[in-house]
Ligand binder design. Structure first.
Ligand SMILES: [Zn+2]
Length: 402
């Protein structure tokens, strides 16, 4: 025989079972860029085909092990007829989307300053190509109806909504009669979307393409906007565009139930892949974040934020440039004493640094000569000829290490 107490005890026990919490892991990366060198790195002149799976070969496990993986596609997939080009107006082969799918990505942020590089046609076709590969485009839309739908992914019973916006489109105007093509950062619009997203999802991730290029710390404006969105109901704000990483932070805000909660703002995840050569632009992070749904209290906890460093290894193989994202911190520059400039810069005769790369390959780095303040680093220093610059960038020396 049992009384009411016994029953309620049993229920309590059941409710305390940790199984009652559901978690979802999200992996987010920064800018997936496609410069000219990268376009050609995947081209096979014998078959006429492109393949970019090599970009992601080392990070594939890390990406695909997350429940949801997202990236910012900082180029368009406008098709061959619109010509494939890198900077300043990007258009890349569709095989980049194949490689992203193969790497384990699910959600592709398309609202960024390059999304109109091939006009409306480019915006529309990019979404088509992603969709054909079962990749979800967020931040640009083909129709007004599409603009108003909220992208939600449900994993382990947790519904997560994704919103994305960009600060601008590099002077390529969004057609006046088709404002739905690109989500711009406009507070009113974001707040409206956020309210709508909260109605049908448990958690909301807001992606912002914002910040100052090459600044390694988030600006006050970035912080203010991110904090405001976290206060208004976003659970995670993820940014990119500066092409370098910016430290993220926990932000304490009042949650939907009136209690204090910890939310996370990742201001810039840096470049995931690019051919950029400015300092730190070849480094990025994979942000891994766990979102927990507490089924007892029906609330969302953001926890376990992990930043896995990555860097872009550029090297020559079979006469071709290769770009591979490596896991871990970029190997430090190591000065090797006794080695002078290689023959093609004999006139300089300054000891050079090398970057030790996997498989014993080395890449020379020249110390900046006194008085050279070029932000491009030594490679654009007037004391080095164009030919030398080219060789610096693309030659891998085989020098015996002492
Ligand atoms: Zn950008």
């Amino acid at each position: 025989m049992y009384d009411e107490n016994t029953i309620s005890n049993r229920q309590d026990k059941g409710q305390l079972n940790p199984v009652s919490n559901s978690t979802v892991t999200i992996a987010a990366v920064g800018d997936v860029m496609m410069h000219d060198g990268q376009i050609w790195s995947g081209y096979d002149s014998e078959t006429g085909l492109y393949n970019y799976s090599m970009f992601f070969q080392d990070v594939k496990d890390e990406i695909s092990s997350a429940d949801i993986a997202m990236a910012n596609l900082e180029t368009t997939l406008g098709g061959k007829e619109l010509k494939f080009t890198g900077y300043p107006k990007f258009n890349s082969p569709d095989e980049l989307a194949d490689a992203l799918k193969d790497a384990g990505f699910d959600i592709i942020m398309t609202s960024n300053n390059h999304c109109l590089d091939r006009g409306e046609k480019g915006v529309v076709r990019t979404i088509d190509v992603l969709e054909q590969r079962r990749l979800m485009a967020v931040g640009t839309s083909r129709t007004a109806g599409e603009r108003d739908r909220i992208v939600i992914k449900e994993i382990n019973g947790v519904k997560i909504a994704f919103l994305a916006y960009t600060y601008g489109t590099n002077g390529n105007p969004v057609p006046k009669d088709k404002p739905y093509l690109v989500n711009l950062i406009e507070e009113d619009t974001i707040l409206k979307d956020l309210t709508k997203a909260r109605q049908s999802a448990d958690a909301v991730v807001v992606y912002l393409h914002f910040g100052q290029e090459y600044q390694r710390v988030a600006s006050e404006q970035q912080k203010k906007l991110a904090k405001m969105l976290l206060e208004k109901g976003a659970d995670v704000v993820i940014g990119s565009h500066p092409h370098v990483t910016q430290p993220g932070e926990w932000v304490r805000v009042i949650g939907p139930g009136g209690e204090m909660v910890e939310r996370y703002a990742a201001y810039s995840l840096g470049n995931f892949i690019s051919a950029q050569r400015f300092p730190y632009t070849d480094e990025g992070v994979i942000l891994k974040i766990t979102i927990e749904k507490d089924l007892q209290q029906n609330r969302i906890n953001v926890k376990d934020v992990d930043q896995i460093p990555t860097w872009v290894d550029k090297f020559k193989e079979d006469g071709k440039m290769r770009y591979v994202i490596r896991l871990g911190k970029k190997p430090p520059l190591k000065k090797i004493s006794g080695l002078k400039c290689p023959p093609f810069t004999l006139r300089c005769n300054v000891p050079f640094h090398t970057l030790l790369l996997p498989a014993g390959r080395i890449r020379p780095f020249h110390p900046r000569p006194p008085g050279c303040n070029s932000i491009w680093g030594h490679s654009k220093c007037p004391r080095i000829s164009d030919t030398d610059t080219w060789r610096y960038r693309y030659n891998l020396l085989s020098v015996e290490l002492p």
